[in-house]
Design a protein around this ligand. Structure first.
Ligand code: NZQ
Ligand code: ZN
Length: 385
């Protein structure tokens, strides 16, 4: 096991009806900005519940944080916070609203050009406004981590940043709030959470048996409950398991003390920035070939994954690895997320621009060994057509 420092101060309030607890979780004297996506929170009644729980506090709204939240939109929220002297943020939505809120929390207190926060991956964030979350979409883990991913439309750039100042103070996870999600978003959530586990698990053996078994348990749970979550949208227990699994997949726990990959995510961000694909769609396309092209360095973990997660016990090591990769692709397809570039109207002619963009963002030595080069990424995309 590698040395590590583990810190996670986010309070989780989990269960049906928990939104009412906002009345105690948000300080009584707070001047609150509630940040929202499109109209899903308004339509589902979640916003009304939130406003009722906030009671007499000074509350303003900021509407319109888009999926893959943009710098351009979020700077309008930063201006509102500064002009109206608001001092507490409340994200009501999915990963995009939460990520956007993290950016606003940091940018509102940042002196200088706020895009520098992305250019420095958040290392220059020294303070942030406090914020809480009401999660409506299980997928990203943003509700219990310090990361965020922001898009600057004018540059077609989608970049991540992180800071210890950006853990939510609290997150409310009410599985009932997921009932209104369309199947596409549930499928995206299952794939994204699965991928978060894979990025921290499928590297090389690191003498970390408990991290491995936590990770395998999360993967098996997603395989078991993903189809159920789609088939029975109002099955509370299934949605509850999905919500908590997605949070645990990226709250730092399973990644402590182990090598991490993240190459699939970084290449996927370029696909979203240039072609607008959903985050999870990009991951489903890239992962199978990412694993196949790196089979030699990942073989130990691929075989473990095949045996323990998929129950594949016959064949050579190579055959087990191949079978596990195909089972993974089939799983993504089975929940309705397509796994080929061609499924999204993309072809070989689009690959150069994706690789150029990856290079321009300095993403030239990705993966747990730093050996995932732009050339390898090109081969992965060609194999994913
Ligand atoms: O905008 P509204 O109207 O709210 O609708 C949203 C949006 O259209 C809708 N939705 C959310 N909750 C709903 C609902 N519709 C009906 N009922 C509900 N209860 O779902 C759509 C997608 O929402 P979005 O927040 O974009 O999805 P997700 O949670 O998958 O977040 C994706 C973003 O998170 C980033 C991704 O890159 C992407 O930008 N990620 C953040 C991470 C992190 N902070 O740790 C890690 C991830 O790897 C990921 O990169
Ligand atoms: Zn992700």
């Amino acid at each position: 096991m590698q040395d590590f420092s583990f810190y996670n101060p986010t309070r989780i309030e989990f269960g049906a009806g928990k939104i009412a607890q906002l009345s105690e979780l948000v300080p009584a004297a707070a001047r609150v900005l509630v940040l929202l996506g499109g109209d899903s929170a308004r339509r589902s009644g979640t916003l009304d519940e939130v406003l009722a729980a906030l009671g007499e506090r000074e509350v303003q709204l900021f509407n319109g944080i888009e999926p893959n939240p943009s710098f351009e939109t979020l700077m309008q929220a930063v201006a509102q916070v500064r002009e109206q002297q608001l001092d507490y943020l409340l994200a009501v939505g999915g990963g995009s609203v939460i990520d956007g809120t993290k950016f606003v929390a940091a940018a509102a207190l940042y002196e200088g050009d706020a895009w520098d926060i992305l250019l420095k991956s958040g290392q220059n964030v020294t303070a942030a406004l406090p914020f809480g979350c009401v999660l409506t979409l299980p997928a990203t883990g943003s509700e219990m981590n310090k990361g965020s991913v922001i898009t600057r439309k004018s540059l077609a750039a989608k970049l991540p940043f992180m800071s210890e100042h950006l853990y939510p103070v609290f997150s409310i996870l009410d599985p009932v709030k997921t009932y209104t999600l369309p199947p596409r978003q549930i499928a995206n959530g299952v794939v994204d959470a699965f991928m978060h586990v894979m990025e921290q698990y499928l590297t090389y053996p690191a003498n970390a048996p408990v991290q491995d078994r936590f990770a395998e348990g999360l993967l098996q749970t997603l395989i078991e409950i993903g189809p159920k979550a789609l088939a029975e949208p109002e099955d509370y227990q299934t949605r509850a398991s999905l919500m908590w699994t997605a949070t645990l997949a990226l709250n730092g726990l399973i990644g402590a003390g182990v090598p991490q990959d993240w190459a699939t995510h970084m290449l996927g961000h370029e696909l979203t920035a240039l072609h607008g694909l959903d985050h999870a769609q990009t991951l489903a396309i890239i992962l199978p070939e990412m694993l196949r092209q790196r089979k030699a360095t990942k073989l130990g973990k691929l075989v473990q994954y095949a045996e323990r997660v998929w129950g594949i016990t016959t064949g050579s090591e190579d055959e087990k690895a191949e079978a596990a990769i195909e089972r993974t692709r089939d799983f993504f397809e089975s929940v309705g997320v397509k796994t080929r570039l061609g499924d999204y109207g993309l072809g070989a002619e689009h690959i150069d621009a994706i690789i150029d963009s990856l290079q321009s963002h300095g993403m030239t030595q990705l993966g747990e060994h730093g050996d995932v080069t732009p050339e390898l990424c090109r081969n992965i995309l060609l194999a994913s057509l």
